[in-house]
Design a protein around this ligand. Structure first.
Ligand code: UD2
Ligand code: MN
Length: 287
């Protein structure tokens, strides 16, 4: 009988690449926004597994996916707590090497979701060599962990079946809520528009950019792509802007001048929490 000499067993473990399908996914999840949660409670739940700044990478294998999660934000702390409570464990089970970046619009000028996401794209690359960017509303939580927060061969739309739209796409070219683009896909469309102030239109502009650059999108199916959105009213200083729908007729001619190549902003403050990196930014918003 051959014996193994235990004493010579290597003490350094060489990690292999994580498998293509993460083995610990559970599928459908229970998600509720009635339970009251505080940031401190969520910190206690999660801090053992996270690195400062809301960073994680698997210890059991080397992730193939280094992902910056970018959240456009202002004054939605209640939603942030739910998001962190649910998303960190999901992203961990997905064996991603990731960081969570909250891009906080400074001041009370008109909100600009797409410009904040552009800022996130530029700023997160100062922290690590990210090649993949997931852009998420703060109020959306997936209810199936097989919906992978990573990049694919095509720009991806993740939020395909939301409770607020009866678990269906509101229309076929809808690209709002949660999406992912690789660095190359993002650069190919000159990033997102900076000029959609207030609510609406920016998500359709992004979709058009993708199509005008000869790409199409991918999506999970409507079982895996289910989401819950925290119910909320329209925020102050994010009123629907009647100029935005009109702008959509001109995307093809404006997209080369309005995007990552014309982005201007000032970082006011960076705060690292164990649950996220919080970047406060002046986007020169009109009042
Ligand atoms: C829809 C889309 C969203 C975007 C928006 C139009 C869904 C689920 N999402 O969102 O992707 O296309 O329409 O602009 O249909 N935010 C703040 N503070 C504010 C205002 C906005 O943090 O004061 C952030 C936050 O991440 C929020 C996101 O911007 O989730 C979108 O704003 P919303 O939730 O008010 O708009 P909603 O739900 O109609
Ligand atoms: Mn919302």
């Amino acid at each position: 009988i051959p014996t193994t000499d235990v004493s010579t067993a290597a003490s350094t473990v060489v990690l292999g690449a994580c498998p293509d399908t993460p083995p610990k996914l559970v599928g459908p999840l229970q998600v509720d926004f009635f339970t009251r949660r505080t940031l401190d409670e969520v910190r206690k739940e999660l801090k053992g597994s996270l690195q400062e700044g809301g960073r994680y990478k698997p210890t059991e294998c080397i992730s193939k996916h280094k992902v910056a999660i970018i959240i456009p934000f202002r004054n939605r702390y209640e939603h942030l707590v739910h998001w962190l409570h649910y998303l960190h464990p999901i992203l961990r089970r997905q064996q991603l090497d990731y960081g969570v970046y909250v891009i906080n619009q400074d001041g009370d000028g008109i909100f600009n979701r797409a410009k904040l996401m552009n800022v996130g794209f530029v700023e997160t690359q100062k922290y690590d060599s990210y090649e993949c960017f997931v852009f998420s509303d703060i109020d959306l939580v997936p209810i199936d962990d097989r919906n992978l927060y990573r990049c694919f061969d095509k720009p991806r739309h993740l939020a395909v079946a939301m409770d607020k739209f009866n678990f269906q796409l509101p229309y076929n070219t809808y690209f709002g809520g949660v999406s992912s683009l690789s660095k190359a896909q993002y650069m190919r469309i000159n990033g997102f528009p900076n000029t959609y102030w207030g609510w609406g239109g920016e998500d359709d502009d992004i979709y058009k950019r993708i199509v005008f650059r000869g790409m199409s999108i991918s999506r999970p199916d409507s079982v895996i792509g289910k989401y819950k959105m925290v119910k909320h009213k329209r925020d102050l200083h994010n009123e629907p802007n009647p100029k935005n729908p009109d702008k959509l007729g001109h995307t093809q001619s404006t997209m080369d001048q309005d995007g990552i190549n014309s982005l201007k902003y000032t970082v006011k403050k960076v705060e690292k929490d164990v649950l996220y990196t919080f970047i406060t930014v002046d986007v020169d918003a009109p009042k």
